[in-house]
Design a protein around this ligand. Structure first.
Ligand code: SF4
Ligand code: SF4
Length: 200
């Protein structure tokens, strides 16, 4: 569930699709959901979820150890392919984010450690302030028209580390001497990116 809807990194070479030749193909799903306004009820549910999670965090014997790591995005060709794939796919895997966005005690422990000056109310305001005005229908409350509206540092570890199987296979082994073509497909609808190549 990476930061979808971002353009491919410009430092990766791009060739015309016709020149794909023996390029490795990475095929991911494709979301066709329209974008709809976020309701107040959804924001209220997010707020409640954060209140309850912060409350649960306070009961942990060692909140410091509960903090999940702030994982960086993959770099190199793997990162470029991930950004391209998630941009074409438009966030199919964000559907499960609902009104909670997978925000758990570990995430909030990380945020509180990074921002100790913030009171609980300010942490909640930080999140609520980043809810998209409009989101993909039946998806996460942060799933905006152009991708996730939540800062990476505020996202759950699930969101920062998950890749769907076809994309994860590439990110784990980003080898493609003849380049990579990313295709997003749902039924007969298909979107395809130009060939990505690792620059020397
Ligand atoms: S990880 Fe896979 S399913 Fe999720 S947004 Fe990226 S390409 Fe789509
Ligand atoms: S916060 Fe929501 S929109 Fe953002 S990556 Fe996670 S599930 Fe997707």
């Amino acid at each position: 569930m990476s930061a979808f809807a971002r353009a491919p990194a410009s430092r990766y070479g791009v060739a015309a699709p016709a020149a794909a030749g023996r390029a490795r193909i990475v095929t991911v799903p494709l979301s066709d959901q329209p974008v709809v306004p976020v309701t107040r009820a959804r924001v209220r549910r997010l707020r409640m979820h954060l209140v309850e999670t912060l409350r649960a965090l306070r009961t942990l014997p060692d909140a410091e150890r509960a903090a999940t790591p702030a994982r960086p995005e993959p770099d190199g060709l793997g990162g470029a392919v991930a950004r391209t794939a998630c941009g074409l796919c438009r966030g199919v895997c964000c559907k499960g984010g609902g009104d909670h966005a997978y925000l758990d005690e570990g995430t909030l422990a990380r945020v509180r450690r990074a921002r100790p000056e913030l009171e609980a109310g300010a942490v909640i305001a930080l999140y609520v302030g980043q809810v998209a005005g409009s989101v993909h229908r039946d998806s996460c409350v942060f799933h905006g028209a152009n991708g996730c509206t939540l800062d990476r540092a505020l996202r759950s570890d699930v969101c920062n580390s998950y890749f769907c199987p076809p994309l994860g296979q590439f990110v784990d082994h980003p080898r493609a001497p003849d380049g990579v073509v990313v295709i997003a497909r749902e039924g007969h609808v298909q979107r395809r990116a130009p060939v990505l190549r690792q620059q020397p």
